[in-house]
Structures are given as C-alpha cells and as structure tokens.
Design a protein around this ligand. Structure first.
Ligand SMILES: [Cu+2]
Length: 81
C-alpha cells in the first residue's frame, strides 16, 4: 500500500511535464487511425492531415498544450476518444 502511494505521488509529479509525451501519443493514435483508411471526406482527410502536421510543429516548438489541443481536433474528426 505504501509503495502504491509513493508511485501515485510520483505519477502526479510527472503529470505536468507529461504533456511532452502526450503529443507523440496522440500523433501515433492519429497515424494508426489514418493507416486504417478511415471513411472521411476529402475535406476531412485534408483537415486531419493539416492538424496532425500543425500539432507536430507545435510539439517541436515546445508548445505542448497547443499541440494537444490541435491534435484533439484531428482525433475528433477521426472519432478517436
Ligand atoms: Cu508535445
């Protein structure tokens, strides 16, 4: 139990900087969804690819919150939760 608490506190402490890892995870989820030939319109597909590229750029610029927000829009179009 004590070890569990220590692990939980450690996880909470990591929650902030963990945004840096959130973006690649979202990008991977988007890539995986795209690889399955989702039934999207041409416009939706273009939008998803644009958002995906923007998200990666934001992530590389250190703007992780904006990246997560941008990638979330792409995931919404793809129907990923
Ligand atoms: Cu990031």
């Amino acid at each position: 139990m004590r070890q569990f608490l220590v692990a939980a506190v450690a996880l909470l402490a990591l929650a902030g900087p963990a945004f840096a890892f959130h973006c690649p995870r979202d990008m991977a989820a988007i890539d995986a969804a795209l690889a399955q030939n989702p039934s999207l319109t041409t416009e939706q597909m273009a939008e998803v690819k644009k958002l995906r590229a923007e998200g990666e750029q934001l992530h590389n610029s250190g703007k992780h919150q904006e990246s997560v927000d941008t990638l979330a829009k792409a995931m919404e179009i793809l129907g990923i939760n």
